[in-house]
Structure formats: C-alpha cells, structure tokens
Ligand binder design. Structure first.
Ligand code: F6P
Length: 399
C-alpha cells in the first residue's frame, strides 16, 4: 500500500484480505503502525516521531518497516505454493522506502496500490474518527487531531506519488475509481485484485427509517418535527432489538427525528458514535413542505397530478425531486463507506425518500420504480455486499 495517513489504505488492505481469503488464498497483512505500537516501549504517537529529519525516530521507523518486510517475505516463501499474498500496510510514500522494498523483495511479484483521496471534508471527518483510537487516549480530542494533522504534514514532505514502479494501481478511495493502472498482466491474482479494489464491500448495513414523528401522525411532508411519545417508545424497542449487535457508528440526517432516534439506540450500546450528514436530509418538498398529502390534493391538485405522472423526475417548485437527490445521496453513501472502514455493523437512520435512494444505489432498479420502493416505518433493510453475496433483506420489528 502507498499513501498518506487517513487515505483509506488499511480499509482497502482489509477488504483485499477478506476477499482473497474468501477465495481460498493465503493472505496476511503486515502493518507497520501495529508493529511500532507493539514493539516500542514508549509512546510513539507524538508528531515529532514522524519528522523525517528526526534521525533517531526515522531509524526506528525504518527498523520496523524492514522487520515487517522480512516477515512478509518469509510468509511468502514459507511454502513452495504460489497461493500467497502478503499485504504491506504502511505509508510507503517515499521513493527511498519503495526502492528498499523493491530491492529486498527482488524478483517477487510486487504490486503497489496508491490510495488517493483529495476530498478535504471527508479527510477531516476521518481524522476526527482516528483521533479516538487508543494511541491518542492520553490526549484531548483537539490535541489528538492536531497531532495527526502534524504527522500527516511530515509525510507530505517526503511524498513521491507512484510513477516509474513496474506494477501499480492509483485508486481514489473515496470515489471508488481507478485513476491509473499500469500492471503486467502476468501478476498473480491481478484481475481479481483489481475487481475487489473497485467493488464496495459492506459487512452489515442496517438501514432504518426514523420512528413516528409528529408530522407522520398528520401525514405532513418534510419539516423538522420531533418523535412522538409512540415514536420514542418504538425507538427504545428497536434499540433493545439491536443490543446483540455492536454498532460503533450510526449515521443520520441532520434532522431532529433521526438524531433523536439514534441517541436512543446509542444509550443501549457501548462506544457508539453518531455522525449526521446533510446528504441524508429528506427530500425537500419546496412550496408544499409542511402540508399534508390531502391538503396538496385539494389546494394544489396540479402538483399532485404532475408528481403522479412521473414521480422520479418531478421536482417540487423550489424544492427537490428524486432525480435531484441522486448526487447528494451518492456522496452520503460514499462518506458512510469510507468512514465505516471494515467494521462489522453500521446503521443509517434515514427517511422514506432518502432510504429509497440509498437502496437503489446498491440494487439496480428502474428509475420509475424507485419512488415506490417499500420502506415501512416498522421495518429495516439488512444489506450485505461482498464478492459472493449481495443481500437485501427487509425485516420487520414487532412494535
Ligand atoms: O411522509 C414522510 C416523508 O418522509 C415526507 O417527508 C416526504 O416528502 C415523503 O415521505 C417522501 O415520500 P414520497 O416521495 O412517496 O412522497
């Protein structure tokens, strides 16, 4: 792996690890950071440790890198079988480091995968998440964020993007796009590695709608109403339902009703963080926001009729349509995938139209059918995606 910290290297390494393993290939990850934390007696998380001009710490980091390289080589050579992949998960951003890897592994089949992400908003968010890892537990959140940013800035000073290496893939880890592909076709497993790299993997995604809000009772569109007492009670039941699943992250919209529900679920979990995205805000009904469907039918029948004609493409005056939600929902999903890394269970609490759009991102649907995907308030979709499985299961709660 090649890339600056917080660019999704470890997530990709894990994804490759899981997929190759599922295909019966012996695979192991060699992570330099993990080795550093395990072997060094004192704390090595402070920024100056990563200053390339700090000779002492640079030598120590080099030592760990070489140790991992040796272990990886041994793993590959252990048996005569060719059925082995070692993943070196480290920044490897300098030319010098990569030259060492190339010369040490000599004739071994070597593929560099550079992880690139230039989306500053998502990097910030990822740094915030990383700041919670045990390595920074002795620091405040702000200090940990500063420390990580400083560390990244040191890596930036020695960053040489891939260019002349023999085999490489440059991959945009946020957009899930191969930016550059220069690979010898004889490289073992290359086709599947390439396909695994670009396929989004989801361990378990639970897609829920918020429970009953005051607007739901009156069948009103949009708004920012809170949950009703029944909504709160149901949210508690749902929270209990999920207690046997560890949920480190819950994603919501920025509207009160989804955050309120997430907070209730959070109370029943250990170490559960809530992240709210504007991208998951419910469809904006423009001039009819806050009106009930009945009111629209009687007071603005032309809107009701026009929408029925072509619900996917219809855009509410001064508002949105399903079609115009596409790009923001896609961005929201990419943010979720990026930040979820390889954790087992994640939850999104969204809204009816939002959840339809999220579902349609994962499973192909004709556009005209998307606004009619069934999204009941007392159910959730369980989504799971890997190279062998695409699961979309609607499950119901007993509320
Ligand atoms: O009624 C709840 C709600 O989430 C509204 O806020 C939103 O306008 C609507 O559902 C979306 O569903 P539809 O596109 O079927 O009107």
């Amino acid at each position: 792996m090649v890339g600056l910290p917080a660019r999704g290297k470890s997530t990709l390494a894990w994804k490759l690890y899981e997929s190759l393993k599922r295909d019966g290939i012996k695979v192991k990850i060699f992570n330099n950071g993990y080795l550093r934390r395990k072997l060094s007696k004192e704390n090595t998380s402070y920024p100056e440790f990563f200053n390339p001009t700090n000779k002492q710490s640079a030598a120590l980091r080099e030592k760990y890198a070489m140790l991992n390289l040796k272990r990886a080589k041994k793993f590959i050579e252990q048996y005569s079988t060719q059925n082995r992949v070692a993943i070196l998960d480290a920044t490897n951003v300098s030319l010098e480091r990569r030259k060492k890897i190339i010369s040490f592994l000599n004739d071994k089949n070597l593929l560099f995968i550079e992880c690139i992400n230039n989306d500053t908003e998502i990097i910030e968010e990822n740094i915030r998440l990383k700041a919670h890892i045990p390595e920074f537990s002795h620091l405040s959140l702000e200090e940990a964020i500063y420390s990580l940013k400083k560390r990244i800035s040191y890596y930036e000073t020695i960053y040489n993007p891939l260019e002349n290496e023999q085999n490489f893939i440059k991959f945009d880890t946020f957009d899930y796009k191969i930016l550059n592909y220069k690979v010898n076709n004889d490289l073992p497993f290359i086709e599947r590695i390439r396909d695994f790299v670009v396929t989004p993997f989801i361990n378990n995604l639970y897609l829920l709608r918020h429970t009953q809000s005051f607007f739901n009772v009156e069948d009103r569109l949009g708004g920012d109403a809170e949950l009703t007492p029944k909504g709160i009670q149901d949210a508690r039941k749902i929270a209990q339902y999920f207690t046997n699943k560890k949920l480190p992250l819950i994603f919501t919209s920025t509207l009160k009703r989804t955050i309120q529900m997430a907070k209730i679920i959070q109370q029943y979990q250990n170490n559960c963080r809530i992240i709210s995205f504007d991208e998951f805000t419910e469809i904006n009904a423009g001039i009819v926001e806050g009106m009930s469907y009945e009111e629209i039918r009687t007071k603005m029948p032309e809107i009701d009729q026009a929408r029925k004609q072509n619900k996917y493409y219809y855009i509410y005056p001064h508002g949105e349509g399903y079609v115009s939600m596409e790009s923001r929902i896609e961005r929201g999903i990419k943010k979720v995938i990026y930040l979820s890394k390889h954790i087992d269970n994640i939850m999104i609490i969204g809204h009816r139209a939002v959840n339809r759009m999220i579902l349609s991102y994962f499973v192909y649907k004709r556009q005209e059918d998307i606004p009619y995907i069934y999204v009941p308030i007392d159910g959730y979709y369980h989504i799971k995606i890997n190279q062998n499985k695409k699961l979309f299961e609607l499950k119901r709660f007993k509320l």
